[in-house]
Design a protein around this ligand. Structure first.
Ligand SMILES: Cc1ncc(COP(=O)(O)O)c(C=O)c1O
Length: 434
């Protein structure tokens, strides 16, 4: 097997520079909560391929289901010759997503594609155009979803012009806006009413816990107030649960923590144990507003991906991975809080379930948006973690958030080893961080 160094050399001659990788090590195998690179080094996985392998990499049921499906048929295109697996995934989505009402689903390949389709459906169903999104939002990298995404570098820089009729309003961000959920919602709603007009809004689109934007958990009450306003305005409330879904936050969906029942939910990532699959699920009358043939795509709901999704869902149910996510939080949060007590550059520990974050600040310094962010310190901690064998991601509008996204099947021992490496990264860098 070629070494990482050799593969890196070949890559620089063959792979576009715009597609970058976090670490220079190439994967040989991965399973459960660990990954092994081609140089024989083992890593603790706190990334799960960005919240995808919730059931672990190479999860036994997923492997068996994929193998079985690919031997039977790999593709017919659901729009040409349909198959049971697609229908079964839609049945599971109807049962698992919040809301005791008739639902329909449509399947796609990526999160961005699901979000694009949710926007199409909401516009079609309401006959309106305006889509309301939030500061720090991330919804994907296609042209429409880039318009919905907030952060310029690296996502949007140089890629415009972007789609129109997208309106951005302030997000509830307790560390930085100091507002209660009700106040933050009233402020955002005021902005929508002034700058967009309630009668023009097709949809309000929000991540119940923001992902790439910094694992921002809105203050309690923010999401329910927005959902209520949206319904009153005759618009569609869309929860983008692409990162938060499928047990990640300690419930099947993060909307459940605040008792909201979105009209539409977009899902992807954790749905299929590593295979590309995405969905829009929602109220039957909204989903069915679109004429036959108005939604689809060659690969959407590919049978192998659907088989993987059914096996992943079965695994989540059987192993109770929502409880596993709560257990991960119960173990990790006290250690992260102890770390924050030791290192004043950790401004906040936040998150839900196995979606936890540390926001790094410059102690004693603040600006117009609250505590001064420390992106350099964040990058230094991540680099130290990588050097010690911990796959650790950063995020945030200001690039100053360290995020923990382990597979939900990570063992206590692996979790302990990963947390120890993170603690060591802070301890070793302690003096140079401020
Ligand atoms: C909340 C959210 N929406 C949409 C996307 C886009 O998904 P994909 O990368 O599969 O297109 C992501 C990906 O990180 C996400 O976190």
């Amino acid at each position: 097997m070629p070494s990482s160094a050799e593969l890196h050399r070949r890559r620089s001659e063959a792979v576009a520079r715009g597609v970058s990788s976090m670490i220079p090590s190439y994967v040989s195998s991965a399973g459960g909560g660990t990954m092994t690179d081609v140089d024989g080094r083992e890593w603790i996985d706190f990334a799960a391929g960005i919240a995808v392998t919730n059931v672990g990499n190479a999860a036994p049921r997923v492997v068996a289901a994929v193998r079985d499906q690919v031997e039977r048929f790999a593709h017919t295109c659901f729009m040409i010759a349909p198959y049971e697996q697609y229908v079964a995934v839609c049945e599971e989505l109807a049962a698992l997503t919040p809301g005791d009402f008739a639902k329909r689903s449509a399947l796609f390949n990526s999160g961005a594609e699901a979000v694009e389709n949710a926007v199409k459906i909401a516009r079609h169903a309401t006959g309106r155009q305006a889509i309301v999104v939030f500061d720090h939002a991330y919804h994907g990298r296609t042209n429409l979803t880039l318009a919905l995404t907030a952060k310029v570098m690296p996502y949007k820089q140089g890629f415009g012009p972007f789609a129109g009729e997208i309106y951005r309003v302030p997000m509830s961000y307790p560390l930085r806006d100091g507002r209660s959920g009700a106040d933050a919602a009233a402020y955002a709603i005021g902005q929508i009413e002034k700058h967009v007009g309630a009668a023009n809004v097709a949809a309000v689109l929000i991540e119940p816990v923001q992902g790439e934007g910094g694992f921002v958990v809105p203050a309690p009450g923010f999401l329910p107030a927005l959902a209520a306003w949206t319904r009153q305005a005759g618009a569609v409330f869309i929860a983008d649960e692409i990162q938060t879904g499928f047990c990640r936050t300690g419930a099947w969906f993060a909307s459940e923590h605040e008792g909201i029942e979105p009209d539409l939910i977009t899902t992807a990532k954790g749905i299929a144990g590593g295979l590309p699959l995405a969905a829009v699920t929602g109220r039957a009358e909204i989903m069915d507003a679109v004429h036959p043939g108005g939604l689809g795509g060659t690969y959407g709901g590919n049978p192998i991906a659907c088989a993987a999704a059914l096996a992943s869902i079965e695994t989540m149910r059987e192993l109770d991975l929502a409880a596993a996510a709560r257990h991960i939080e119960a173990v990790a949060r006290p250690r992260l809080e102890a770390l924050a007590a030791k290192h004043p550059q950790i401004g906040e520990v936040r998150g839900r379930g196995a979606m936890l974050a540390l926001e790094l600040i410059v102690p004693g310094e603040s600006g117009p948006n609250g505590p001064a962010p420390d992106p350099q310190g964040t990058a230094a901690v991540a680099k130290a973690a990588h050097e010690s064998g911990l796959l650790l991601l950063t995020c945030g509008t200001y690039g100053n958030v360290i995020r923990l996204l382990p597979p939900l099947v990570i063992t206590d021992d692996e979790l302990d080893r990963g947390l120890t490496l993170l603690e060591q990264a802070f301890d070793n860098l302690g003096a140079s961080l401020v």
